[in-house]
Design a protein around this ligand. Structure first.
Ligand code: HEC
Length: 190
């Protein structure tokens, strides 16, 4: 009787230790996994995925300045320059979209007025013989690419960044023979 009771207690004790030990082991493994595989950042970003801002989202923020080289040129190069670029396969297209003056003079681009720009009309066209790129090319702009081009037109169809938006570059200091004479960085320039 007594030994049976002790045996029961003993088994329950073993079970409890097994449970606690398992939990401790689980957390130790979890912590090692987090540290070793840097899971924390992926976990955190998936937890807050509703708020993650990707460059794609940023383009559509009001006030975000579309950058020709970064945002626009890749779209035009992939979809338009084969016919409207420097070396067009179809010169009959007659329009170059890689040079701002040409794009404006040909009438394709009306800076600041996207709705008046044939460029926007053609990339949003639903009639096949108006669609750009032509359906025969098998290419099609995504809604997000169309929105990028629309905003770019609205912002003035800039082909290079305005000087005001380019980070100033600190000029390297000229070397001066009489080092003792130089008191501060300004002196290098006078
Ligand atoms: C496979 C060649 C080809 C590609 C690629 C192509 N185009 Fe065209 N595009 C033409 C041709 C040919 C014309 C002239 C005939 C016409 O008006 O449909 C033309 C005409 C145009 C016009 C003149 C419309 C007007 O009313 O004056 C615009 C704007 C235009 N394309 C924009 C684009 C844009 C933007 C892209 C890329 C998203 C593009 N095209 C891709 C061949 C192409």
């Amino acid at each position: 009787m007594l030994t049976e009771l002790n045996q029961g207690d003993f088994m329950r004790g073993v079970q409890r230790i097994g449970l606690v030990g398992g939990l401790i082991l689980f957390f130790v493994v979890l912590v090692i996994a987090l540290v070793k595989f840097n899971l924390s950042s992926t976990l955190l970003s998936s937890l807050s995925s509703g708020n993650v801002i990707t460059p794609e989202h940023r383009i559509h923020e009001p006030g975000h300045l579309i950058d020709y080289d970064r945002d626009v040129r890749p779209i035009l190069a992939d979809n338009c320059f084969s016919c409207h670029g420097p070396d067009p396969h179809t010169p009959e297209a007659g329009i170059r979209l890689d040079i701002r003056e040409d794009a404006i003079l040909s009438g394709a681009v009306v800076p600041e007025i996207p709705q008046a720009s044939p460029l926007l009309r053609r990339i949003t066209a639903t009639v096949p013989n108006q669609m750009m790129p032509p359906p025969a090319t098998g290419k099609k702009l995504s809604a997000s690419q169309i929105e990028t081009l629309r905003r770019w037109l609205a912002q003035g169809a800039r082909y290079s960044p305005h000087w005001a938006f380019v980070n100033p570059i600190r000029p390297s200091l000229p070397t001066v023979r009489q080092q003792g004479w130089v008191r501060n960085a300004i002196d290098y320039f006078v």
